[in-house]
Design a protein around this ligand. Structure first.
Ligand SMILES: C[S@@+](CC[C@H](N)C(=O)[O-])C[C@H]1O[C@@H](n2cnc3c(N)ncnc32)[C@H](O)[C@@H]1O
Length: 271
């Protein structure tokens, strides 16, 4: 009769991860060992990581803007480049905070809710709403956004009507990979994150264009729409925002390859 497998030592874990091609095997081993509650769980996590599951799905959390965000598989893993979106949104949100009230913020296409969580933290509080079309993402976001209203549905559609014309900041990291380029993504994304989180249609901007066209009636006077995109997609995103009547500016950060297009509504309401 064979007994339970011998517990894995830290160096066994590093060796298995290195053999599976993990470049940061020591760091990953430490995270997996710290997270596993039993030797059986450790062996299972190691098997999944060696088979190519994203590390964040294996340990069920990701670090984002210094926060520990729960990421239940297969929900999209928040990316470091998205920290620029939070930074820019915090800058415009702080002007509302400085005026003496918490800003009304909508995290559209929220995934795990990482952006909303980080923004709320950066602003010292916000009246926060989040929406995602994927029920798994909504469940995950509800865990990360205890103080927010999280809705399941298509873009602005599930938001309460009372928010129309009241939103100070709409922050969006929607799917923006062109369909034909999905096959070029790293296997961790291609095989382990949902298609609905990645596929932005033929030029990658199908969802983004819908967000931009639908935003103006929801924005408060002088409110802001911030969209994460790529350098290549920035110009058509700017054009779409200008066509929607927003004044635009582009922010980028070379270290993470991040690009954010910011559109600002007129400070006066047009009846
Ligand atoms: C690239 S992921 C980003 C998730 C999150 N914003 C982040 O940065 O971690 C895009 C998200 O948009 C959601 N999504 C796609 N189409 C949507 C739609 N029409 N309405 C609401 N959410 C949508 C997906 O389910 C996915 O969670």
């Amino acid at each position: 009769m064979t007994g339970p497998p011998a517990p894995l030592s830290p160096s066994d874990v590093v060796t298995r991860l290195r053999a599976a091609g993990c470049v940061y095997a020591e760091d990953e081993a430490r995270l997996i060992i710290d997270t596993a509650r039993t030797p059986i769980e450790l062996a299972d996590m190691l098997t999944r990581r060696a088979a190519g599951q994203p590390l964040e799905h294996v340990v069920v959390w990701a670090e984002f803007c210094g926060l520990r965000i729960t990421v239940q598989p297969p929900v999209f893993v928040p990316r470091r480049r998205t920290e620029l979106l939070v930074h820019e949104a915090a800058a415009v949100g702080q002007r509302v905070t400085a005026a003496g009230r918490p800003p009304v913020v909508v995290d559209l296409c929220c995934g795990s809710g990482a952006i909303g969580a980080a923004l709320s933290e950066a602003l010292g509080g916000a009246e926060l709403y989040a929406v995602d079309i994927d029920p798994a993402a909504v469940r995950c976001a509800r865990r990360n956004l205890a103080d927010a209203q999280v809705y399941e549905g298509d873009l602005f559609q599930p938001l309460p009507e009372r928010l129309r014309g009241r939103v100070d900041v709409v922050v969006v990291s929607a799917p923006y990979v062109p369909t034909a380029e999905i096959r070029l993504l790293p296997a961790e994304a291609r095989s382990h994150e949902p298609r609905v989180a990645l596929d932005g249609g033929s030029d990658g901007l199908d969802v983004v264009r819908r967000v931009i066209a639908a935003s103006p009636p929801w924005l408060a006077p002088g409110g802001h729409l911030l969209v994460e995109t790529s350098e290549r997609q920035a110009a058509p995103t700017v054009d779409a925002m200008a066509a929607a009547g927003l004044v635009t500016r582009v922010a980028s950060r070379v270290e993470t390859g991040a690009t954010v297009v910011i559109g600002t509504a007129s400070p006066v309401t047009h009846q």
